[in-house]
Each structure stands twice: as structure tokens, then as C-alpha cells.
Ligand binder design. Sequence first.
Ligand code: IMP
Length: 433
Amino acid sequence: MPVLTVVGAQWGDEGKGKIVDLLAEQAQYVVRYQGGANAGHEVVVGGENYVLHLVPSGILHAGTLNIVGNGVVLDPDSFLGEIAGLNKRGIKTKGRLFISPRAHLTLPLHKALDAAREGADGQTKIGSTKRGISPTYMDKAGRVGLRLADLKDPRYCMEQLKTSLQEKNVLFRHLYKSKPLTAGVLWKAISADAKALLPYMADTEGMLNAAYKAGKRVLMEGAQGTLLDIDFGTYPYVTASNSTAGGSATGTGLGPTRIGYVLGVCKAYTTRVGEGPFPSELDPKRDKVLRELGGEYGRTTGRARRTGWLDLVALRYAAQVNGLDGLAITKLDILDTFKELEVVVAYKIGSKVVTGFPATTAELAKAKPVTVKLKGWNAPTTGAKTFAQLPKVARAYLNYIEKFTDVKVALVSVGAERNKTIVVDSKLKSWKF
Ligand code: IMP
């Protein structure tokens, strides 16, 4: 079953872009299954830097077809801007990029709501990217959203917009003290984009099932990470979709029995953007050192990421809720100069030592990390082409992760470029899952 799901195993920004790009070399289809323009996948190819928000990373490979699944929320402006940017750099999108008719649209009203909610008194500050993601999913669940296919039916769109604005305008007027919106003005903006968007619409669910039947290699690309998942993440400091592996079934129309391998991507340490508890967070001095070494600044918002030691409690939990088959450890080289490292192996909450991941943010906020000190390898890893060529102490670090999480290290990344990658699990080369 050559269907591979790649998920973030931490709080996002694990380096999925590079891993997906590398594996996409052999994939025939690359599929985004959730999230929207809040994601920022950075890929370095031939010294050129690409940051993709909505377009699947497979676009950088000439022979790959790319699908934006039904689970994604699509911001037309962002999508069309991204396409224009790619086309300008000589990357074709027509005939290589397809969007599900069932994908919901992020409209200006959603972005306005996101920004208003994030700034409002009495609302929990989530640290949202303000790309309108949560309001779009709210409308999807509230059954007042617009989907790509709806753009073909202006009358239906106007009705949906009017229904949606009945509630929204009460909020805009009375709670957020801003100008109400009208369905007519909104539709004018949306219909202008429709012409450019609709040629990308295709029966992606049908395409993927046909591809599966024909034994094609399909790569499902997760955005954000496990701890930002709406169900399994550190609620309410989460994104509004299922970024975990299950989302790759519901967000694409390819059923769960079709997925052959789930690869979890995690950094050799931990980072988090936005608000919310982060038990392994470093003290400000060491946080700054690790942030500068790792270049830990958000690709979508430019925000500084918070950094911490590798949290194995959280990683083991991610392994469970995703059913991980393998781990891709990224940015190992960032730890090359450390003489000593720590990993979190339990939390102390009050007088109790817990080894499971707490369900509430309140508990997690009280969690003091119980760490184990490990030797740093204090030697370069960037030149290693095989697992055996890594410094012995670095291998011991990876083995420690494997033992703790009960998931094998399937891939190790030791630099930003494609060739700075060690593929350990031969299944990821052969796609025989
Ligand atoms: P939203 O998805 O924009 O609503 O943001 C919700 C939370 O998810 C915030 O803490 C964001 O910083 C975080 N978030 C959203 N997308 C990403 C991502 O691609 N990487 C890391 N964090 C993200």
C-alpha cells in the first residue's frame, strides 16, 4: 500500500517541508489534508529557498501531481498569490495542482474575525496566525461555509453569505465595534477570484482512489503538528483541524485502510510558537542560544519560536495518537556544539510524577520537567551520509529516543539541503509498506 502519511510529532515547524520534499521525489501524488495558509513549509532546493503555505511541497518536483484535499481551508488570495509566485519562478501549476470541490474557503470575513477575536478582551489569547483558520472551520461545522464547488452557484453563495453574516454582523457591530459586512461586497471579491480558482477544481477524491488502485505512490502531507491538533493537542492552544494521521483519511477521501505507513517528524529538540504551556522550555539565556543556532523564527509570521529540550513524554504520546511507524529526526546538527543535552522523561505535577501526557492545559502548565542528562557529541554531524557515520554519542541519543518512544528512527536530517539526509528505514526508499 504505497500511501505514506507524514505528520508533525510536536508543535509544528518540525521541518516537515524538507522531509516531504525529499520523499516527494519518488511520490506520484502529494496531498495536503488539513489546515490552511497558517502553515509555512520551507524547502531549500539547489540553494533556492521556497516557502509554501497552501500548495503541497510536491510542486517542486516536475513529475508530481499535487492535491489540496477537502480537509484544507483555502484562502483564495493566498493561494492565487502563491501560484503566481511559483509561476514567476518557472514552476508550472496548471495540470499539476488540483483542489477538492469540498474544500472550504477562507473569506475576508474569517480573517477579520480571527484578528478581532485574538485582540478582544475576555477571549483566551491563542497566538493565532490570524489567517482566518479557526473561523473558517467554525463556519464549516456551523454549516454556513462556502466550498470551492459552490462558486459555480452564485445564488447559493449569496444565500449562505447572508445567513452567515446575520450572526457575524452582530459580533462585528456590538462585540468588536467594527463595520458590518454585506453579502454583495463579499461576493464581488470572491467571484473575482472564482475565475482563477475553478480551473484547479477536480474530483480529487476519485483521483486519489484511482491512484491507490493503480498502485501509485501517494504522500499525505500534514501541516502543523500533533500537539496543535484540535483533539489531541494542548487545547485550547491548538489549531482548528486534525493534524494527526487520522486527518489524512477524513481530509482526502482516501480511507484509513489505505494508509501504509505513518512517519512522524520531530526536531532533535522542541520548539513552539504562540501561546500555551511548554514544559521543556529553556530559560531565556539558553532559549536565545538554541533559537539562534536553529534559526527558529516562524516562516508564516516571522515570530520568534520558543525553544526547549526534546520532550520525550510528548513524543511518546504523539507516537501513540498517530500510530507512528517511524520517526524522522530533524535538525540533529543544531545540537552539534553542545557538550551536554537533556531530555524530558516525565513531568512532576504537584507531588506526583506522571509519565502520560496531561489532557488539560492547566495540568500541563503546572508540569515541571523531569529530565535526564545525556552526553553531547560535540562534533559535526553534517557530513554523515549513513547512520553509522554519525558520531557514536549522537547515535546513542537517537537510540535513546527509539527506546523511549518504541518507534524506530527511520530518517535523520543533518542540514537544510536535500542531500543532508540519512534514510535509515529502507521502506522509505522502496515504498513497500
Ligand atoms: P491558527 O491555526 O492560526 O488558528 O493558530 C493556532 C495555534 O497554532 C497558534 O499557536 C499558532 O501559532 C499555531 N500554528 C498554526 N500553524 C502553525 C504552523 O504551521 N506551525 C507552528 N504553529 C502553528
